[in-house]
Design a protein around this ligand. Structure first.
Ligand SMILES: [Zn+2]
Length: 195
């Protein structure tokens, strides 16, 4: 069994071999991040205040990380990296311009942003799976993770991209449903049957 930090290094080198220009930059002290932070505050009328302190953001091949990244546990870092790897792959799939358009424009920039919601649904499904793999299925099924994820869709965090908690909760159930009998470990090891 690799140690926690070996597992983190292995994931990082996997990502770098898939995306050679991948790098991690702290948001604090980064000019682009300050501009985005300000724009989000304006667009959400001051409600999105945690861009610099709580959110991880991929722009091109760079992952911008909030305060405290270096103090994050390897498991939580890996959960974030797996979410962000989905976005890196989406950009490769859609192309930079189309990805930016999907993310930023339809249907409206704020509220009911279907393009952004679809992109994040795919990435948060990976967050839930990675949480189950790295922190345990109980954590993935916990009310606190569910509440956190649902809030990302329904609150100002992503500009109220899908403000219907019931739809988001149903999607969350569907993701959990895929756990049944599925090998999520990615290591080829069979999953221990858990009740
Ligand atoms: Zn995301």
């Amino acid at each position: 069994m690799p140690t926690r930090s070996e597992a983190l290094e292995a994931l990082l080198s996997e990502i770098r071999s898939e995306f050679p220009r991948f790098r991690i930059v702290p948001k604090r002290g980064d000019r682009l991040s300050r501009v985005i932070d300000l724009a989000l505050r304006v667009l959400t009328l001051g409600q999105m205040r945690e861009y610099m302190t709580h959110y991880h953001t991929v722009v091109f091949d760079t992952l911008y990380v909030p305060d405290g990244w270096e103090r994050t546990s390897p498991e939580r870092m890996m959960v974030v990296l797996r979410h962000e790897r989905v976005h890196l792959r989406q950009r490769r799939r859609y192309g930079t311009l189309w990805m930016a358009f999907l993310y930023a424009v339809p249907i409206l920039p704020l509220g009911l942003a279907l393009g952004r919601a679809r992109i994040e649904w795919e990435a948060y499904a990976e967050t839930i799976r990675a949480t189950a793999d790295l922190l345990g299925e109980e954590e993935a099924r916990s009310a606190s993770l569910r509440a956190h994820v649902v809030r990302q869709f329904t609150s100002a965090s992503y500009g109220w991209m899908w403000p219907f908690p019931s739809t988001v909760n149903r999607w969350y159930d569907d993701v959990l449903e895929t756990f049944r009998g599925e090998d999520r470990s990615g290591t080829g090891e069979p999953q221990q049957g858990k009740a």
